[in-house]
Design a binder for this molecule. Structure first.
Ligand SMILES: Cc1cc2nc3c(=O)[nH]c(=O)nc-3n(C[C@H](O)[C@H](O)[C@H](O)COP(=O)(O)OP(=O)(O)OC[C@H]3O[C@@H](n4cnc5c(N)ncnc54)[C@H](O)[C@@H]3O)c2cc1C
Length: 576
């Protein structure tokens, strides 16, 4: 394997999704900027796969950024960082103009006004869309702007470590180049982290959210929070297996129904006011309760239907879902489909403030990798809003930070340690299939789903922690590499990710055990109610050396108090 190659820039951005590209195009034009993406810039990550919309347009006269702000807090169970949410909702103006300037186009009516659709938990329809291919269109625009600005990027660059100087400031990153197997150090005055969340610790619909950035930030000493809140998307396509993947919330937003085996729209029981457009946390638990009560569909899911809507409307508004099922011989304008909740989005991540600063100087973070925006449950279509706005803020603030700042020296022993760690897999003898990284990874995600899933309890979480510890101490040290080639060694990539996942899994399970209440996406059947007296708190984790510690921290109710919403305050329901 070759020696380390060194690159020098002002700002290095880790990621190639919407948050990373938004950061890149908002950096100062006079600075040198490098994007590093483990996949392909603008094409990997969740962003191009986002379907339904982005919540940015207050078309209804009764709607405003303040209403959006309140909806986000109510859905997040008031665990959100209110200052951060306020900045997001106040800055939605201009987002669509910006994307359209970059060449992205969104659906409009005959008078040229933007069309909007309603997502669960939003009081008004405020989500702009492009059919059910919104993320794809948005990323096409952002990618063009990256090319137009001449921003440098390296694809298939797997960053495994954030480098610090002797004062603990972020001073660059280390990456492993997947196509060649070469090692690189990028020296930089500021690092922007935009590597998405860690829903891939569970069997998520998208395998892309591996939690690398959350782990690397933790490892570097940053705070991470809200790791117990894994959002299950209520309508993951379940049958036939080939069709699996998320069925966008646009399906319900356009008027889709959920039905049990008795042909009842069962949401009537759980939320007669909002029905299928209740928040995702509530819909997921309601579906699981129906399935557990024996009223599920034949293959373990529940029925969903748009049969009652005009076929033309379905084909126009949900073209991807329509075609996807059509490929399997199912016409959704005529037949029910079978769906089931699946892990979708981890609301927790790296703690940031409204300027996207983390607790490490010089390290900025934006998008799904962060905590604070969504609290205990993310509203559908708020993720794209989050990544565009905080990506922009990260790009601008990182630029301000590096102006007039000299490069500092990273700790070289961190790089040699990383190289030794990676090389050790090439030197270790291949054991056997039972300890392949694929097998261990599957064990891990299955146990997260079983014990730290939609419905949890103390006994199950403790079992999950025990199994995670077994994987960490007994299996992980024995996992070995079969493929010893340098070029495009994806098995090595998977092995390098494994310790990240195990550590974050343990943190998530620990937080789930500590939180003795139900709130948002954290539903404990042994503590089924919300407990505002004891649990208006974030559980914040930190790592020093090998020791991970936590602090249970009061939430600052800076702009809105629970009492401002008397009905919510009175109810002990986990959900809004
Ligand atoms: C199927 C689906 C549909 C969705 N629909 C919607 C919707 O309609 N509306 C909405 O608001 N949200 C939606 N979401 C959620 C939303 O798409 C994501 O939360 C959001 O796009 C995340 O953006 P991001 O830039 O933070 O991360 P991503 O877009 O996931 O990008 C992360 C990037 O980091 C890179 N990366 C990761 N680790 C490393 C590493 N170690 N080194 C280098 N690079 C790394 C990845 O390759 C990737 O490029 C959907 C999600 C999915 C999966």
């Amino acid at each position: 394997m070759s020696e380390v190659n060194t690159l020098q820039v002002d700002i290095v951005i880790i990621g190639g999704g919407g948050a990373a590209l938004s950061a890149a195009v908002h950096t100062d034009k006079d600075l040198s900027v490098l994007l590093l993406d483990k996949g392909q810039m603008g094409k990997s990550g969740c962003s191009p796969n986002a379907h339904g919309g982005l919540a940015v347009y207050y078309k209804d006269d009764r709607d405003s950024w303040e209403v959006h702000f309140e909806d986000t807090l109510l859905s997040g169970g008031f665990l959100n960082n209110q200052e951060v949410v306020r900045v997001m909702c106040k800055n939605t103006g201009g987002i669509i103009d910006m994307l359209e300037r970059y060449g992205a186009l969104f659906d409009r009516d005959e008078d040229g006004r933007l069309l909007v659709r309603k997502f669960g938990g939003h009081r008004f329809a405020r989500s702009v869309f492009c059919g059910d291919e919104t993320g794809h269109e948005m990323m096409n625009g952002l990618r063009r702007e990256v090319y137009r600005r001449g921003i440098q990027f390296i694809d298939e660059a797997f960053v495994t470590k954030i480098l610090l100087d002797e004062n603990g400031r972020a001073s660059g990153v280390f990456f492993y180049h997947i196509p060649t197997g070469d090692f690189y150090v990028v020296e930089a005055k500021a690092v922007v982290l935009a590597t998405a969340d860690a829903a891939g610790l569970w069997p998520a619909a998208s395998e892309r959210q591996r939690g690398d950035g959350i782990y690397m930030a933790l490892q570097a000493g940053a705070e991470i929070s809200d790791m117990e809140f894994i959002q299950y998307h209520p309508t993951h396509a379940w049958w036939p297996p080939g069709v699996r993947g998320s069925v966008s919330e646009a399906f319900r937003g356009e008027g889709g129904w959920l039905l049990n085996s008795l042909n009842e729209r069962f949401m009537q029981k759980y939320d007669p006011e909002n029905m299928e457009l209740a928040t995702r946390d509530k819909v997921s638990v309601s579906i699981m309760k129906e399935i557990r009560a024996g009223r599920g569909a034949p293959h373990g899911g529940i029925f969903a239907s748009v049969k009652h809507l005009p076929a033309k409307h379905v084909k126009e508004r949900l073209p991807v879902i329509y075609q996807k099922y059509k490929n399997f011989g199912i016409d959704i304008t005529k037949e029910y489909i079978e769906v089931r909740p699946r892990p979708h989005y981890l609301c927790g991540g790296v703690v940031i403030n409204e300027r996207t600063e983390t607790s490490i100087e010089g390290l900025f973070a934006a998008g799904a990798v962060t905590a604070g925006v969504h609290g205990a449950n993310r509203l559908g279509s708020n993720a794209l809003t989050d990544i565009l706005i905080f990506g922009r803020i990260a790009g601008e603030n990182a630029s301000n930070y590096v102006l007039n700042r000299k490069k500092s020296n990273y700790n070289r022993s961190e790089v040699s340690g990383e190289i030794t760690r990676i090389r050790s897999f090439f030197e270790k003898e291949w054991k056997d299939e039972s300890l392949s990284v694929g097998k261990v990874r599957r064990m891990l995600i299955e146990l997260m789903d079983e014990y730290i899933g939609v419905i949890r309890n103390e006994e199950g979480i403790k079992k999950g922690i025990k199994k995670l510890q077994f994987i960490k101490t007994e299996l992980l040290p024995r996992v070995s590499l079969k493929d010893k080639s340098r070029v495009y060694n994806f098995e090595l990539k998977d092995i390098l990710e494994l310790p990240f996942r195990i550590e974050l899994g343990l943190i998530s399970a620990t937080a789930a055990l500590l939180r003795k209440e139900s709130r948002g996406t954290h539903y404990r059947e042994d503590y089924p109610f919300r407990d505002d007296k004891n649990w208006l708190k974030n559980i914040v984790f930190r790592k020093k050396g090998d020791e991970v510690s936590y602090e249970i921290r009061d939430v600052e109710l800076k702009y809105r108090k629970i009492e401002d919403f008397p009905e919510y305050a009175k109810s002990r329901s986990p959900w809004h």
